[in-house]
Design a protein around this ligand. Structure first.
Ligand SMILES: *[C@@H]1O[C@H](CO)[C@@H](O)[C@H](O)[C@H]1NC(C)=O
Length: 182
């Protein structure tokens, strides 16, 4: 009588590690050394999500790019803030190009300025439906001050203080407070 249960338990033991192994294989990380610390890129091919995290003596930030939902979110720790925006697929590197970017950044002997820059203005907003941006963004931004970041082009006259994040020495994400909405 106990045999079917035992079989089920054994099957479960065999299947669970196999499943875990598979989802882990879908995730790759690459570490790039930078002055005073490092950047760590993690790509999850199953969820189509990439994250780049910088840790240095000066502080740390993390940016999450969800190629499935088309949203990106950036957490800046000294500020205890999270910036959520629409990912402009014209300007962002493609998902498949990300490993190559990390490899190029790693092979760079001396720091180089980012080839691209995206400029955002920040509007402080209580994002009530934080969960709808996905579990990664939710757990990263929960409890922090959330801002919605809008991409801007051309000369800006009302920008206040800015923070610029150099991602893999390729893409600068510049987030500026807007004096009109401070
Ligand atoms: C997306 O990027 C393109 C190319 O830079 C730009 O023309 C377009 O305005 C951007 N879209 C938004 C919503 O900012």
């Amino acid at each position: 009588m106990k045999l079917p249960i035992l079989t089920a338990v054994l099957l479960g033991l065999v299947l669970t590690p196999a499943l875990g192994e598979n989802t882990q294989k879908m995730e790759v990380s690459k570490k790039v050394s930078i002055a005073g610390g490092y950047q760590l890129m993690t790509i999850n091919k199953y969820w189509l999500v990439a994250s780049i995290e910088q840790r240095t003596h000066q502080g740390s930030w993390k940016t999450l790019w969800n190629y499935d939902t088309g949203f990106m979110a950036t957490r800046v720790l000294p500020e205890k803030a999270c910036y959520i925006s629409i990912m402009n697929r014209t300007e962002m590197p493609s998902f498949d190009a990300l490993p190559q970017l990390a490899a190029e950044s790693r092979n760079q002997n001396r720091p180089r300025p980012p080839a691209k820059e995206i400029l955002f203005t920040l509007i402080k907003r209580n994002v009530r439906d934080l969960e709808s941006y996905g579990p990664d963004t939710f757990s990263m931004c929960r409890g922090l001050t959330t801002y919605v970041a809008y991409e801007v082009h051309g000369p800006q006259f009302s920008l206040g203080s800015c923070i610029r994040l150099d991602v893999l020495q390729y893409l600068a994400l510049t987030y500026c407070h807007d004096n009109n909405y401070a």
